[in-house]
Design a protein around this ligand. Structure first.
Ligand code: PLP
Length: 419
């Protein structure tokens, strides 16, 4: 028997309707969308239809949608794409400068001095797809403010106000956290950032498809989507780029995606993502309600059976409807999941050479070591049933009782990032 899948935040299965939409493009419709003949035009029209489907779900215009290889590339394009021209000038300029000694010296000067004035803001609980590009920019001299979060995982807005006293190019804060599901007040964050002239990017990899989220409502300038979190295949994503905003491509080449991302389009996966967005649009908000019901049923069953030995991590209400991050006090997350092989879920801690590594997100939230050690992320999805929830709860309760031990002297060290 297949394990019960409660790891929809890691990835989702491809929905049958999405597979159906993709199949013709794996078989007979193999054209290159840039070709003028019929094969090419069929592929081109399919890509443009998918672009409209994505735009509709996000409340955007089709020309504001850039297809990428996934959420990581989308966030890299947003962050580096905005900052690079401020750091180095546009590529066209840099290319033209090559070979000129005076101008090359000027460029060196620009690179040394300019970054110090550049400032961007992010938060302590971002996915590595945001944290790493920010750290990379920091290595080039850009100042990066990392905002703390509170115990529920909410970004400290006073810290944001203080950070915005310095001129800021970009604020990049995730919409929903992948581990605990806490939803940030992005609209409020965007208002503050815009008042100070900063652009706003949000990583919405976990929220798009689970809750209604439109770029107008969130009022962001850039927004990342990861296809495999909403029943499209892996390896496809989107960056929404507000009309009129220019950014430096991270993949240079021919003029695909209006010059914002070179490379022959991944037609099959783009069609799949379009179909997945249409599916999400059709099923929201009823899907959100179903997810919430299942998630809360699971929590209630765990709580009724284990009482205070289970602790909820994340915001009680401002949270993704499908995400339940639970600390099983007295347990080690990885050991607990090993004891329930009939269940596929994620831990909030990793076991490494006898040491327990607590997730940086739970650490940033100041979650107690006792519950962070026993953290398990249970994330439900479109195909989860009530029966599976009841079986999963029962299995977890039995396993928690079996593996729990007194808060022992297991060494706890920071680390371990989650997809
Ligand atoms: C919040 C968040 N951002 C970005 C990503 C990266 O997306 P992708 O796997 O498509 O590169 C993930 C997925 O792990 C995620 O959960």
């Amino acid at each position: 028997m297949k394990p019960i899948y409660l790891d929809y935040n890691a990835t989702t299965p491809v929905a049958p309707a999405v597979v159906e939409a993709m199949l013709p493009f794996l078989r007979e419709e193999f054209g290159n969308p840039s070709s003028a003949h019929r094969y090419g035009q069929t592929a081109h029209h399919a890509v443009e239809q998918a672009r409209r489907q994505v735009a509709d779900l996000l409340g955007a215009q089709p020309q504001e949608i850039v297809f990428t290889s996934g959420g990581s590339e989308a966030s890299n394009l947003a962050i580096k794409g905005i900052v690079f021209p401020l750091l180095f000038g546009a590529t066209q300029v840099s290319c033209g400068l090559a070979g000129n000694r005076f101008l090359a010296a000027w460029q060196r000067w620009w690179r040394r001095l300019r970054p110090r004035k550049l400032h961007i803001i992010t938060s302590a609980i971002e996915h590595p797809a945001t944290l790493r590009p920010c750290a990379f920019l920091q290595s080039l001299g850009v100042r990066v403010s990392v905002l703390p979060v509170d115990r529920l995982g909410l970004v400290d807005l006073d810290a944001l106000r203080r950070a915005l006293r310095q001129p800021t190019a970009l604020v990049t804060i995730m919409h929903a956290n992948n581990e605990v599901g806490t939803l940030q007040p992005i609209r409020e964050i965007a208002r503050l950032a815009h008042e100070h002239g900063a652009l706003v990017h949000t990583d919405a990899a976990q929220s798009v498809g689970k809750i209604a989220c439109t770029v107008r409502e969130l009022d962001v300038d850039l927004l990342s989507v990861a296809g495999h979190k909403l029943y499209a295949p892996k390896g496809i994503g989107v960056l929404y780029v507000r009309e009129g905003l220019t950014l430096e491509p991270q993949i240079h080449g021919a003029g695909h995606e209006r010059g914002r991302r070179a490379g022959t389009e991944n037609v099959t996966c783009i069609v799949g993502l379009g179909a997945a967005c249409a599916l999400a649009q059709r099923d929201l908000p009823a899907l959100s309600e179903k997810l919430r019901r299942l998630r809360d049923r699971l929590w209630q069953r765990l709580r009724n059976a284990l009482g205070d030995a289970v602790v909820l991590h994340g915001h009680p209400d401002q949270r993704l409807p499908n995400t339940l991050n639970v600390g099983f006090v007295g347990c080690v997350g990885a050991e607990l999941l090993q004891a329930v092989p009939q269940l596929a879920a994620s831990t909030g801690s990793a076991c490494h050479e006898g040491e327990i590594r607590i997730s940086p997100v739970l650490q940033a939230m100041g979650v107690s070591q006792a519950s962070a050690r026993g953290a398990v992320r249970l994330s439900v999805g479109r195909f989860t049933s009530e029966e599976e929830i009841d079986q999963a709860a029962e299995a977890l309760v039995q396993a928690a009782k079996a593996v729990a031990r007194p808060a022992s002297a297991i060494a706890v060290v920071p680390a371990a990032e989650k997809p």
